[in-house]
Design a protein around this ligand. Structure first.
Ligand code: HEC
Length: 250
């Protein structure tokens, strides 16, 4: 009896010690801002994989492009590490871990579905672009995290090609009144605890600018057809071209 008690006590003590040691890590509250930034960083890291391989994807002479779900995820994790300065934290007990895993699952699903298209031999331009990939990943992630979080690729109203990417009022307001303001610090995001669809929500939005590589499709002359058959926006180097928007419901 006393032996059992002492074992129990030892057990309880061991648990207490473990709890004390691990508490500072496990209990550190992740802020919504941190979660949103991590999601946006992974989103960009994955899209960069598609950008990097764009010419390869468009090559009609190559069949298998080697861009399986696993390959894209491995490269996205590398890009993420470079951008964030640390490995992806995928602890499922944290919101960050749960939401980033949902994003990875969305990337895997989008790449799995894209295999027949991107591996088709004899076909050059396939319409599989970074923004198309990003739009699909955003939709799939938001679907997986329904009611908890959303991510979206959007753009200034006048630049939107895909209606699914249209900015909502909050996004449009930040884009027009902050990101386009001459005094706004380039690359600085904006966040606000607000409401979305009647629910308390933390919102974060990050501006993106046209680089040289964007202008063959989004540049001048405005209205001219680009390689995709779409009309060029008439954008100039460094113009605000888009934004990544993340919502974390409370
Ligand atoms: C080969 C042509 C091409 C290039 C190069 C290109 N884009 Fe796009 N972009 C498109 C097309 C086509 C869409 C519409 C995608 C869709 O239908 O979902 C698009 C969509 C977007 C969107 C989403 C908003 C919308 O219009 O629906 C953003 C933001 C964007 N592009 C930014 C960029 C940036 C920044 C770059 C350079 C880093 C870039 N794009 C390079 C063709 C291109």
């Amino acid at each position: 009896m006393s032996k059992v008690l002492s074992v129990l006590k030892k057990g309880a003590l061991a648990i207490a010690v473990v709890a004390t040691v691990s508490a500072p890590v496990a209990a550190r509250a992740e802020t919504e801002e941190e979660i949103a930034k991590e999601m946006a960083t992974l989103f960009r890291a994955a899209r960069a994989v598609i950008s990097k391989h764009q010419a390869h994807i468009n090559d009609p002479n190559v069949g298998d492009k080697g861009l399986s779900s696993d390959a894209v995820i491995a490269q996205a994790k590398e890009n993420y590490k470079t951008a964030a300065g640390h490995d992806l934290a995928l602890d499922p007990a944290t919101k960050t871990g749960e939401y980033l895993q949902a994003e990875l699952d969305a990337i895997a699903a989008v790449m799995k579905e894209a295999q027949p298209l991107i591996n088709e031999q004899g076909k050059g331009f396939k319409g599989f672009l970074p923004a198309v990939f990003a739009g699909r990943v955003a939709a799939a992630t938001s679907e997986k995290l329904k009611g908890k979080a959303e991510i979206k690729l959007t753009a200034p109203k006048e630049y939107v090609r895909n209606r699914a990417n249209r900015p909502d009022d909050w996004e449009s307001n930040v884009i027009e009144s902050k990101f386009k303001d001459a005094g706004w610090t380039k690359d600085a995001g904006f966040s606000e605890a607000t409401q979305k669809d009647g629910k308390a929500a933390f919102r974060f939005i990050l501006p993106e600018y046209y680089g040289e590589g964007c202008l063959s499709c989004h540049g001048e002359p405005k209205g001219e057809s680009d390689i995709t058959g779409g009309a060029k926006e008439g954008g100039k180097l460094g113009d605000l071209g888009g934004a990544i928007s993340v919502t974390i419901y409370q």
